[in-house]
Every structure is written in structure tokens, then in C-alpha cells.
Ligand binder design. Sequence first.
Ligand SMILES: Nc1ncnc2c1ncn2[C@@H]1O[C@H](COP(=O)(O)OP(=O)(O)OP(=O)(O)O)[C@@H](O)[C@H]1O
Ligand SMILES: [Mg+2]
Length: 224
Amino acid sequence: MSDALRLSGIEKGYNLGQPNEIRVLNGVDLAVPAGQVTALVAPSGAGKSTLLHIAGLLDTPDAGRVTMAGDDLTGQSDRARTRARRERVGFVYQFHHLLPEFTAAENIVLPQLANGVAPAAARARAEDLLGRVGLDHRLDHRPAEMSGGEQQRTAFCRALANGPSLLLADEPTGNLDPGTSDTVFDALMALVRETGMAALIATHNLDLAARMDRTVRLEQGKLV
Ligand SMILES: Nc1ncnc2c1ncn2[C@@H]1O[C@H](COP(=O)(O)OP(=O)(O)OP(=O)(O)O)[C@@H](O)[C@H]1O
Ligand SMILES: [Mg+2]
């Protein structure tokens, strides 16, 4: 069976005047099979966000290939990559990036509408997802009316709205207190287990990493 995500030979540098002045990724190889949760651990500035953005088709590598379930998306058009992102990938940002003028439920409905789901079905799915992370009572609250942990659980539900086969999360509990971080993480793990998704989760928290299936470390632009 092909892996939900496969990265091969990924290189990325940022050019600030001189070519490749900052080399961030230096030949990253990684396979994430369906149903497996992988922790991505590295110090600040090592390139975790850069790697996740490339894996999530939000950015393009200088070299290397990004393959999802056997489909090589590397050289495809922006349109094809946007579509693949919408249909296959759920992304949780370090800060939730919820739309402030919309309620929790609406934030989960909107990506489904963009994917062609009918409004009633989208609303039902939003309520189901929010219910599963204990937010039945927050459906119609806006982000500013929710706690940090509630916002982050809502962001997880939004990432899962279109039933992605791959979940990418960039330090999803980084700005939460330890107790809240555990609650958010438990909700995430339960949803991942239930759906059989592949997940790649960047974290600074080694205790959380130890509860995932596997840990990879980014060192000198490579995974070890
Ligand atoms: N757009 C950019 N232009 C120039 N340099 C960048 C850009 N984005 C990131 N970098 C540099 O690339 C390196 C890796 O950044 P990245 O954000 O991937 O690290 P990170 O591991 O996610 O760090 P953190 O744990 O602090 O979030 C850093 O040295 C950063 O300064
Ligand atoms: Mg980062």
C-alpha cells in the first residue's frame, strides 16, 4: 500500500540576496503510512514549519518530491495542488487561524462548502465533529468568545472537515497550558485513531511526542 505522505530528497533554502544563503532542508526523506501518528521534533528555527508547509502543498521545495497515496504532486499546476490540498490534507496552524467573524460551527462548514458539500450536511458534520471534542455547547460562539483550548479544538475540527487522509499539525498545543494541551492532544489522537488518517505533528513537547507512534528529529536539515 502506498504511504499517505512520502517526501523524498526535499531541499529548501531561503534566498536573502545571495543564493541559498539559508539552507533549511537538506535532503529530507520521510514516509508516513495511513493510521500512523509521527512526531516531528526539532529546536526552534530548525525548519519544522518549512517542512510541514511543503508537505501540505502550501510551499514548494527547491528539489525533491512530495507524493500522496502514490500520486506525485511535485510538478503539478497550482490548481491541481490546491485541489489536492483541499481534498486530502488537513492543516492545523500553531495559532488557530480561525475566521474571527464566524462561529465555531461556521468555521467548519465553510471549507466543506468550498469542497462542494451541501449546507445541511456540512452543518451536521460540523456539529458532529465539535461534539466529539466536547464543544457541543460552543457551536455558535465566535473564536473571541472561546478559550485558547476551545479555539484549538475547533481548529482541529476544521482541519478534519473534509475527511483528509493526511493531518499536518504545526505545534498545535504550543501556546496552551499543560492541562489544556493534554485535553486537545487526547481529542486529536481519538479522532486520528477513529478515522485511520496519517498524521505528522510538530511539537516541542517530548512527553506528547512519546505518546505518538514514532518520533523523527530534524537535525542539520535532515531527519534522523
Ligand atoms: N520566508 C522566509 N524567508 C527567509 N528565511 C526564512 C523564511 N521562513 C523561514 N526562514 C528561516 O528558515 C529557518 C527555519 O524556519 P522554520 O519556521 O521552518 O523553523 P521552525 O522549526 O518551525 O521554528 P519554530 O520552532 O520557531 O517554529 C529559520 O532560520 C528561519 O529564519
Ligand atoms: Mg515553526
